[in-house]
Design a protein around this ligand. Sequence first.
Ligand SMILES: Nc1ncnc2c1ncn2[C@@H]1O[C@H](COP(=O)(O)OP(=O)(O)OP(=O)(O)O)[C@@H](O)[C@H]1O
Length: 362
Amino acid sequence: MAKVILKELTKIFKKGKALIYAANKVSLEVNDGESFGILGPSGGGKTTLLRLIAGLEVPTDGYIYFDNVMVSAPNKVIIDPADRGIAMVFQNWALYPNMTIFDNIAFPLRNQKVPKAEISKKVNEVAEILNIKNVLDHYPREVSGGQMQRAALARALVKNPKLLLLDEPFSNLDAQIRDSARALVKKIQKELKLTTIIVSHDPADIFSIAEQVGVIFNGILVQKGNASEIYDNPVNVTVSRLLGDINIIKAEINNNAINLGNIIIPINNRKIEKQVVYIGIRPEDIRISDSNEIPEFVNVGKVKVKVTSYVAGIFKAVVSPINDESIEFDVNTERHIKAGTEMNLFVRTNKIKIFDEKGNKI
Ligand SMILES: Nc1ncnc2c1ncn2[C@@H]1O[C@H](COP(=O)(O)OP(=O)(O)OP(=O)(O)O)[C@@H](O)[C@H]1O
């Protein structure tokens, strides 16, 4: 397995006269056996970064090391993709339809001219790990969707890669099998202690696979850290939104509290001067209730329910402070609540994110 180090890695593409920084001085380390997730919006530079690591793109500047070996340098791919010991899985996990599952998995080994007996041994080993030994003589059309993914993963793993690179691997799967595919990849990654880098725009992919996370925008790595650290402490409003649903509301800090009409949210021990800010509250950190107390939550005042809806099995409501309808919070509720109902608003005050007027974390 390999440790991967990127040092000030830069890739500039030319589009007419414009220069596009698809990677802009990206530095990071992925430890041996670790799973690292790169989250970013479309066009953020995720695929370019993976292609640089794979040796499929030449850096404009900066360096890549696998363990202590330099594999790419400015304008140079020192070690070819085929010699890097990597396996890549892309969005489409497609198998060759006219080959059996065995032949699909054996394909990369046959390409490497591995002796027949060894191919058979390796295919059987990896099929055992992935629990598809009983379908090795089947064709892809004769196996289930889940077995197909296992076979595709087996094909990636059969070469004993030092590094597994996953590019949006779950985005083309049905919602039903997406979760099991994520769980499978995580299990294999952990069991084999396989250094893995996954890129995706979907935080669910990243959080299910990665221990460490980097967030990339316009080729710049704007934040890195462990998954829960980043979720809880995003560096700015844009990152907070990329990581999941969040209420972002303009507010004023006054007397050590966030003031939103009649809603007063204490900011605990945080010392912030009187100023205009944006606050961020995730759906799991906000509730409405008839009662006066919810454990771990603080009652911050009365709100009026404006609209309710039912989306993907969850009741939702938009609520406003009773004296200011221009302010709105999205909250999840346990049941349908009639518009116009007044209720208490509760928040987990220690989970509130506070950003300055430019949207940067305070
Ligand atoms: N070969 C290329 N020539 C010119 N520009 C490119 C090339 N490859 C990528 N780009 C540009 O570099 C930027 C980053 O692209 P990249 O594909 O790495 O982003 P991404 O985060 O993977 O996006 P997506 O999720 O949409 O695939 C984009 O602006 C893209 O248009």
